[in-house]
Ligand binder design. Structure first.
Ligand code: SF4
Ligand code: SF4
Length: 61
């Protein structure tokens, strides 16, 4: 399954990735958190949208 890898130290909790994801994969808790990994389409939109560069990769595993 694919999922974004979020660097919690870099995340500024802006919520942009949560709003950008078309699949409801992410939720803003203390920092952006993957809550529905099975729905990730590995589209990369969240990574592209993150203003802090906190989404380091879309991992396929
Ligand atoms: S890669 Fe796409 S589907 Fe997966 S969490 Fe990011 S925006 Fe959502
Ligand atoms: S877009 Fe980046 S900085 Fe903003 S909540 Fe998501 S991971 Fe954190």
């Amino acid at each position: 399954m694919a999922h974004p890898v979020i660097d919690a130290d870099e995340c500024i909790s802006c919520g942009v990735c949560v709003d950008t994801c078309p699949c409801g994969v992410l939720e803003l808790q203390d920092v952006a958190t993957v809550v529905d990994e099975d729905s990730c389409a590995a589209c990369g939109a969240c990574q592209e949208a993150c203003p802090a560069g906190a989404i380091t990769e879309i991992a396929e595993d």
